[in-house]
Ligand binder design. Structure first.
Ligand SMILES: [Zn+2]
Ligand SMILES: [Zn+2]
Length: 466
């Protein structure tokens, strides 16, 4: 879940809008587009009230009042069923604009509405080939979509239905509904993909715009990623001692992960798996590990050593030049970084900086300042993490110096949990010594837009404790 909020409606004495995405938005720029849309309307004097509907492309979204006193938006997911999110409306607009652009036809997603009436031959819904025609000015029903059956048989009657109903029965046609009058499409049902992608032949004003056998529209089938690995068993063989189990089989010493204190409350074993599963999969694939070698886990580095029992152990860095045989600090960093990203709907975009990469830190930053701003920019410098750290004041932040991620984490440990957030994220953090609870306060932005932690998430609990 990803939740964005407008920031400037309050200037017009109007509640802000909170937009919920059920899934990560497929196209990040549509987020800015819709937030801008509301902010601009409010700035120009439009007032929105709960219960009102607003059009986003062909969809009518319903405004609701949220518990946090901002305005939310619901979309219709089935006849009579509304849910608070905007995924479908935005993805429809996006696909409709794309389909028009692909055909060189005008991009007019507002030219239809979900309660517009379409005419359909009932047998078309089961047909192996169907035709869609948007009637032109010669027809008394100018602008109406007609859906006819392409099979050779005695066709059933024509009936009228809302476009919403048509789209619910044949989701793959939705992307074509904003094409202009005098557009005709032929769709072979065999080429409809579960993603909503489809091959269609398209004509406009009687001229074919595509080859007769059509071109592809809509989402491409997802590429098949690596198959999930069935991990091998991990064995606990003592207090806080866990090891791989397939060493013998591969003529390689087993690898031990040692935990001397709980990384976070909860089961240690499942956390230790984050490290040992990967190592064990590598062993199974024939990789060899040798004492002295280093391994990256998330943002940290582990060092392989030989243990007195003949197995290999893992050291983590506890100080600039000091290493000890345990992994709890690595697991703790990983756990918090994953929780923070998941809170903001960014779990799929974790981007761990290495502990020896640099962050640019402004002169005004020290351990005592009340609030920090972390900004991650795009960088092509392999030595840079992209992070820039300054204070929250509006002033000249002074000279910028390069400090390693290790050093930054070490001097301000509460920043570590944010450092795996992706490029274009900003985080404003109230330092723990300035908050009444002694816990940090956090505000996050993605591409400049406020990102609200999902309800019940780690960050939402952190902010609520103020
Ligand atoms: Zn038919
Ligand atoms: Zn400053």
């Amino acid at each position: 879940m990803q939740i964005f909020r407008t920031a400037t409606c309050v200037d017009s004495n109007h509640p802000e809008f909170t937009l919920v995405f059920k899934d990560e938005p497929s196209t990040p720029n549509t987020v800015g587009w819709i937030l801008d849309h509301f902010q601009n309307a409010v700035a120009e004097g439009t007032r929105f009230v709960p219960g009102q509907t607003v059009g986003i492309g062909w969809r009518a979204l319903r405004i609701i009042e949220r518990d946090d006193r901002t305005l939310g938006l619901e979309e219709r997911v089935a006849e009579g069923i509304w849910e608070e999110h905007v995924d479908q409306a935005l993805s429809d607009v996006w696909l409709q604009v794309e389909a028009a652009a692909k055909l060189g036809l005008p991009e007019e997603p507002d030219s239809v509405a979900e309660d517009d009436i379409a005419a359909a031959q009932v047998c078309a819904f089961e047909a192996s080939t169907l035709s869609l025609n948007r009637l032109g000015p010669d027809s008394p029903q100018h602008g109406v979509w007609a859906i006819s059956c392409g099979d050779e048989h005695d066709h059933s009657e024509w009936s009228a239905m809302e476009l919403f109903q048509l789209s619910a029965s044949l989701p793959f046609v939705t992307q074509f509904l904003a094409l202009p009058p005098e557009t005709g499409l032929v769709i072979d049902r065999r080429w409809v993909r579960s993603t909503g992608g489809v091959v269609a032949g398209v004509a406009y004003q009687g001229t074919m715009l595509t080859p007769d056998d059509g071109i592809h529209f809509g989402p491409e089938p997802a590429s098949i990623g690596p198959l999930p690995t069935a991990h091998f068993a991990i064995l606990q063989f003592g207090e806080g001692l866990y090891r791989t189990t397939i060493g013998d089989q591969h003529g390689h010493p087993d690898i031990v992960a040692r935990v001397t204190e709980p990384a976070v409350p909860g089961t240690q074993e499942s956390l230790v798996q984050w490290i040992l599963d990967d190592l064990q999969d590598s062993l199974a694939a024939g990789t060899r590990f040798a004492p002295g070698q280093t391994i990256r886990v998330g943002g940290r580095t582990l060092r392989v050593v030989e243990r007195s029992d003949g197995m290999l152990g893992l050291l983590e860095r506890v100080d600039t030049d000091s290493w000890e045989e345990h992994v709890e600090q690595t697991l703790r960093d990983l756990w918090y970084q994953k929780e923070v990203a998941a809170s903001l709907g960014l779990a799929q975009q974790l981007d761990f900086p290495a502990d020896d990469q640099y962050a640019a830190v402004a002169e005004c930053v020290n351990e005592t300042i009340p609030a920090l701003l972390l900004n991650r920019g795009d960088t092509s410098d392999p030595d840079s993490s992209g992070w820039m750290v300054c204070c929250l004041r509006n002033h000249d932040h002074g000279e910028w110096s390069m400090r390693t991620i290790w050093d930054l984490s070490d001097s301000m440990p509460f920043t570590t949990q944010f450092l795996a957030l992706p490029v274009n994220t900003s985080v404003a953090i109230e330092a723990p010594h300035t908050t009444p609870t002694g816990r940090i306060g956090v505000r996050a932005l993605l591409n400049g837009w406020h990102l609200i932690p999902a309800p019940g998430s780690y960050l939402s609990a952190l902010n609520a404790s103020h």
